[in-house]
Design a protein around this ligand. Structure first.
Ligand SMILES: [Zn+2]
Length: 321
């Protein structure tokens, strides 16, 4: 057996680095971009977190409706974020129940930021054939959650998947009166939803939250961020996990400041109420949680702090299932 000394490790690094080659460098960067895959178990289910990339969302003094921008900048500094940008990673989840292959939310489709859009590459890296996905469940209709349903040519990416969406979300966003009364920025979201859903309307199933939509996957109404925003509880054996969607965006900001109402929350009061209710439940029951905008692999636990806020405790990385 060869002893792995620091010297021969360094020598190995040096010899690998000594053969710079354009093709090699390109392959390496493609490889580096497709390493956002994390598998873990929940009971008998296999879960796969799929990274889609990150967007550094520019923010200004209107970003939080009920806090001063000085307080927001303080929170960003505490979270080691730039002063004027919210780190917004995107992580979708595949639940393999053994009888169904379920994708919860679909990524940005490469249409939100140039630094995001690698979900499909990561899906392939995970060995998952898009055609094998049997069900897509959508938490809400913001573009970073629905755009991955289609490619840039408007074709379905997951050709064999049934698509299930919250009925209330559909009712709100597909209503032309709501579109017409929306501000210019929100109108873009309405138009995008029509691009995604109008020509596949007949094959999209709408559900009301409160029951199971697939064996082992229950739905919980979580309004506020959007009117029909929905959270999922995945159960297998004696284990369960809450799929929080956008109940809170980056936890270093919004778990620590659960009262904050962001500009992108349609109903800020409801968003805060929903966040606290679900976070209290997750903390009390010590449930595993995953959040769409939590740092990859986006799963961990929530604890309640003495001040009534929350801290996210990431899972320990498990190299094997
Ligand atoms: Zn989102």
């Amino acid at each position: 057996m060869t002893a792995l000394t620091r010297r021969n490790v360094l020598a190995g690094v040096a010899s690998a680095a000594a053969v710079p080659h354009a093709a090699n460098a390109a392959a390496q960067s493609a490889e580096t971009r497709t390493q956002g895959v994390y598998r873990y178990r929940l009971g008998s289910y296999t879960l796969t977190a799929l990274y889609d990339g990150i967007w550094y969302r520019p923010i200004g003094d209107r970003f939080i409706r009920n806090a001063s921008f000085a307080d927001v900048e303080h929170a960003l500094a505490d979270a080691f974020m730039p002063a004027d940008k919210l780190a917004t990673p995107f992580t979708a989840l595949v639940v393999d129940t053994g009888s169904a292959l379920v994708l919860i939310d679909t990524g940005t489709g490469g249409q939100i930021a140039s630094s995001a859009g690698v979900l499909q590459a990561n899906l392939l890296a995970a060995g998952i054939d898009p055609k094998a996905v049997s069900l897509i469940i959508i938490s809400h209709f913001h573009p970073d959650h629905i755009n991955g349903i289609k490619d840039k040519d408007n074709d379905l990416v997951f050709a064999n998947a049934e698509i299930m969406v919250p009925a209330q979300e559909w009712a709100f966003w597909m209503d032309d009166a709501n579109l017409n009364s929306a501000g210019a920025e929100l109108k873009l979201a309405f138009r995008n939803q029509r691009r995604i859903f109008s020509d596949i309307e007949k094959s999209v199933t709408r559900f009301d939250p409160g029951g199971e939509i697939s064996p082992g996957i229950a739905t919980i109404a979580a309004p506020g961020h959007t009117p029909g925003h929905t959270v999922f509880a995945v159960h297998s054996g004696d284990q369960s996990m809450l799929v929080l969607g956008d109940t809170a965006q980056h936890p270093a900001v919004f778990a620590r400041h659960p009262d904050w109402q962001a500009a992108f929350d349609i109903d800020g009061d409801a968003a805060v109420m929903t966040r606290k209710k679900l976070f209290d439940r997750a903390a009390a029951d010590r449930m595993l949680v995953t959040g769409y905008h939590f740092p990859f692999p986006a799963c961990g636990h929530l604890i309640k702090t003495a001040s009534g806020a929350y801290e996210h405790v990431p899972v320990e990385w498990q190299p094997d299932l």
